[in-house]
Write a protein that binds this ligand. Structure first.
Ligand code: MLT
Length: 267
C-alpha cells in the first residue's frame, strides 16, 4: 500500500507492506537521485515476514520538495516524524548510499529508535572540497537544464559495466527514476549531501547489529569504503555481492535479499 502523511510541513509519500508482528519493522531509505520504488524487490520479499516501510525522502519521488539544502538531518527528522505518524517505535533501518548517510544522521539523533542497521553501498566519509564544488555545479545545472544530463552521467556510475546489456530493464528503470526526479529536489539533495557531516568517528559508537552490503563493482562507494566501515563497527557483518554495482539491491535482488533475510533472522 502507498501512504501519504503530513509531517514537518511536507507531504511524505511511502510504501508500507506486511503486518506488524514481534519483529521490529524494517525501513529502507533510497539513494540519490532515486526513490522508494528502488526497493520493490525487497518490499515483495521482506513483507512476507516483516512490516516493511520505504519512504520517498524529502525532495525525491512523490514527497514534497523544499527550498534550500535538504540536509541528512532534515531527512532523518522527517523519518522520525513519519514513524510517529505510523505508530512505530524502533526499526531495523537500512539505507543505500544517500539513504545510508541519512541512516547515520538518524542513528546520531535517535539512537533509541534503531534496533539494527543495514548500510548498503554507502560510506562514512564526507565530501572533499572538490566533491562539494561538483555538487554545487551539478545542482545549478539541474536547475537550468533538467535531469537529462544527470541520467547520462550517473547511470554508468550507478550500474556495473555488465548490467545495461544483461539487464536492460533494470537500467531503464533506474534511468526513468532519475528523469522523473524534480530538478529542485535534486538540487536540494545535492546541497544537503555536500554539507553532510563526516561520520567516521560515529562508526566506533555504533552498538547495534549492523549489516554492510556492497556490490563488488560499485564505482561510487567502492568495496574499500565498506571494508573500512566493517573494520570500525564492532561485530558488523560484511556481504560483498558479486557482479553488482552501486544499486546492488536492484542489480542482484536475490543475493541482496538473501543477505538481508539471513541478517534479520539472526537478530
Ligand atoms: C547515491 O547513490 O545516493 C549518491 O550517488 C551518493 C552520493 O552522491 O554521494
Amino acid at each position: 500500500m502507498d501512504g501519504r502523511a503530513r509531517v514537518r510541513g511536507i507531504e511524505m509519500v511511502y510504501t508500507e507492506r506486511g503486518q506488524a508482528n514481534d519483529s521490529a519493522p524494517i525501513v529502507l531509505l533510497h539513494g540519490f537521485p532515486l526513490n522508494r520504488a528502488m526497493w520493490d524487490a525487497q518490499a515483495a520479499a521482506l513483507s512476507r515476514f516483516y512490516r516493511f516501510v520505504a519512504p520517498d525522502l524529502r525532495g525525491h519521488g512523490e514527497t514534497s520538495v523544499t527550498e534550500g539544502a535538504a540536509t541528512m538531518e532534515e531527512m532523518a527528522r522527517d523519518l522520525s516524524a513519519l514513524l510517529d505518524e505510523l505508530g512505530i517505535g524502533s526499526v531495523v533501518l537500512g539505507g543505500l548510499s544517500m539513504g545510508g548517510y541519512v541512516a547515520f544522521a538518524f542513528y546520531t539523533l535517535f539512537p533509541e529508535r534503531v534496533r539494527a542497521l543495514v548500510l548498503a553501498d554507502t560510506r562514512a566519509q564526507s565530501d572533499n572540497e572538490e566533491g562539494r564544488r561538483t555538487r554545487e555545479e551539478t545542482a545549478q545545472r539541474a536547475l537550468a537544464e533538467g535531469m537529462e544530463f544527470i541520467a547520462e552521467t550517473m547511470l554508468p556510475k550507478l550500474l556495473a559495466p555488465t548490467t545495461p546489456h544483461e539487464q536492460p530493464e533494470t537500467a531503464a528503470r533506474v534511468r526513468q527514476m532519475i528523469l522523473s526526479m524534480k530538478p529542485a529536489g535534486a538540487a536540494a539533495a545535492l546541497r544537503g549531501m555536500a554539507v553532510r557531516a563526516d561520520q567516521t568517528a560515529l562508526l566506533q559508537r555504533i552498538h547495534v547489529p549492523t549489516l554492510i552490503i556492497v556490490g563488488d563493482r560499485d564505482a561510487v562507494t567502492p568495496r574499500a569504503d565498506a571494508e573500512k566501515m566493517h573494520a570500525s563497527i564492532a561485530g558488523s557483518r560484511l556481504e560483498v555481492i558479486e557482479g553488482a554495482g552501486h544499486v546492488s539491491n536492484m542489480e542482484r535482488p536475490a543475493e541482496f535479499n538473501r543477505a538481508l533475510e539471513s541478517f534479520l533472522r539472526a537478530l
